[in-house]
Ligand binder design. Structure first.
Ligand code: FE2
Length: 534
């Protein structure tokens, strides 16, 4: 049964328990993501406290930032104060997003989220901000100071760093000990420019099947946001949708809760809130929703009716053609290639992998399997060369590197009877192993280069094309103690004189002297300004 139908079934069940289905349906048909509207007579309270803050980029990370936070109750005049120092100087009004959850067998819960979309920022600039609302008796309630930094203009000469993991969870919930907090603090300590979260965030939908009958504990979201404030009030958190983000209670596609809780650049296809892209420096990032194509879960399979794949095809093409973008990175939840317990996903491979080949995507980051795994570079479903830890890969000719970094904090899964393969630790595994494929046949796998059963954060150091060796992504997988368990470098060489020469000869048949001047023109063309909103 499609998720939309199951959602309707759930509403019917709730009606039987005394709720007004018509009222719920009316709200669902509107713009708001709530199941039932908050009580309109709910008084705002000056006693409401600020519980957590978190950030996300807008469509143009050079000029836009979304500030989100949660309060303990409704508030008057929520706003962000922002400036170059703690005198601030600018105020941006925020929009309240009260999210009401009504469970058949639990209490009614209202979670009070707020969002301020900040625009008009300067590139490569550090801003101070605090979130504020009116308190009792003319006072105000304000958070402490926090900072963020906007993305640089195209062609910036300095490198930067980003981090990634999936499957984080909440410390104190489940059996992962303090790993969810430890891993995010490890990532935050690396001072990344942004963090990619490859789906499965708080596990409020514990079952993760997208079913109305799933075990669902929305209070976990409150604990999650209190957990991440320490890091993601300063580091933009860019979330991809996992199977545990399909929360059937909120909206027909299950993403009403996600839309209430997280900001994204919002430039993907209509109806696909987890599908978007942004450019930071010389890296283009595309977030995809693998729930749309997975062979493992039926709930949202096919919900975009092909629009997501068509959008991704066009977006990846545009990024690869952008002279200011060296590397294209795709992030989504279910794995194209993994030998972990969930295995590879035939639906993901079928729908996405050919796009990555077509557009020479450099790096794919997945979660879902709670472990670390890296492939050799792959093209056409086949590894093109062995890339042991420490190797350098040339993605344009070698293919796409797939990394599973699902050890973001949730309880670990494993490789079953497949041994780890860790060059850094000094124990190699077999070249060929047998692994399962969701929706496919058992296969002999010869692309699994690094396997580590442990919590991991992926740290990616980006060097710009201005360096003599070209642009590079240096990947390091770090364990819970910050030790390197795997590393590989992806490199896109700078255009050689010969390449530039050939290009100009094809273009115009110019002479040697003109070519020398033309080479400078080609390199200069990389530094043109990019239109916002891409
Ligand atoms: Fe998952």
């Amino acid at each position: 049964m499609p998720l939309a139908d199951r959602h309707e079934l759930l509403l019917t069940r709730l009606t039987r328990r005394g709720l007004l289905k018509t009222a719920a349906a009316t709200v669902l048909a509107g713009a708001g993501p709530v199941l039932l509207a908050p009580r309109t007579d709910a008084a705002t309270s000056g006693a409401a406290t600020i519980q957590a803050r978190w950030l996300a980029f807008g469509a143009d990370p050079r000029h836009q930032m979304s500030v989100r936070w949660q309060t303990s109750g409704p508030v008057h005049r929520p706003r962000v104060r922002l400036g170059l120092d703690q005198t601030y100087g600018r105020e941006i009004q925020a929009r309240p997003i009260p999210l009401t959850t009504v469970r058949a067998d639990g209490p009614r819960l209202v979670q009070h989220y707020l969002v301020a979309e900040v625009a008009g920022l300067s590139p490569a600039t550090r801003y101070h901000y605090q979130v504020v609302h009116d308190g009792a008796g003319g006072s105000e309630v304000a958070s402490g100071d926090a900072t963020f930094r906007t993305a640089p203009d195209a062609g910036a000469s300095s490198g930067f760093r980003f981090t990634a993991f999936g499957d984080q969870g909440v410390t104190g919930y489940g059996a992962a000990g303090d790993a969810p907090d430890t891993m995010q603090r490890l990532a935050g300590g690396l001072e990344p420019s942004f963090h990619l979260l490859a789906g499965d965030v708080a596990y409020a939908d514990i079952s993760g099947r997208g079913l109305a009958a799933d075990d669902f504990v929305p209070e976990r979201w409150g604990a999650y946001f209190r957990q991440i404030d320490a890091v993601f009030r300063s580091v933009p958190l860019m979330v991809a949708l996992g199977n545990h983000e399909m929360e059937a209670l909120y909206s027909p596609n299950g993403y009403g809760g996600f839309e209430a809780r997280f900001s994204t650049p919002g430039n993907g296809p209509a109806g696909c809130p987890g599908t978007y892209s942004f450019v930071y420096g010389n890296v283009g990032v595309v977030s995809l929703d693998a729930n749309d194509v997975t062979a493992e879960f039926a709930a949202n399979r096919g919900y975009s009716a092909g629009t997501q794949r068509a959008w991704a095809d066009g977006r990846l093409r545009a990024l690869r053609a952008d002279p200011d973008v060296d590397f294209v990175v795709a992030v989504f939840h279910q794995c194209a290639y993994s030998t972990g317990g969930h295995g590879s996903d035939a639906g993901v491979r079928h729908s996405f992998a050919s796009l990555f080949d077509r557009h020479r995507v450099d790096l794919v980051i997945n979660g879902h399997n709670h472990l670390y795994e890296r492939t050799d570079p792959i093209r056409g479903g086949r590894p093109t060369l062995p890339a042991p830890s420490g190797a350098t890969v040339l993605p344009d000719q070698d293919g796409t590197t797939y990394v599973v970094v699902g050890g973001g904090g949730a309880s670990l899964s494993g490789f079953g009877r497949i041994p780890e393969r860790n060059d850094v630790a000094g124990h190699g595994g077999p070249d060929v192993v047998t692994a399962g494929v969701q929706g496919g046949q058992i296969e002999q796998v010869d692309w699994s280069r690094a396997r580590y059963r442990g919590h991991c954060v992926l740290c990616v150091d980006v060097s710009p094309a201005a360096s003599s060796t070209g642009a590079s992504l240096r990947l390091r997988a770090l364990d819970q103690q910050g030790r390197i368990v795997d590393t590989v470098t992806l490199r896109r060489p700078a255009p050689s004189f010969t390449q530039v020469h050939e290009g100009l000869l094809v273009a115009g048949g110019v002479g040697a002297l003109a070519v020398a001047g033309g080479a400078a023109a080609v390199l200069a063309r990389r530094r043109t300004a990019r239109a916002p909103g891409t």
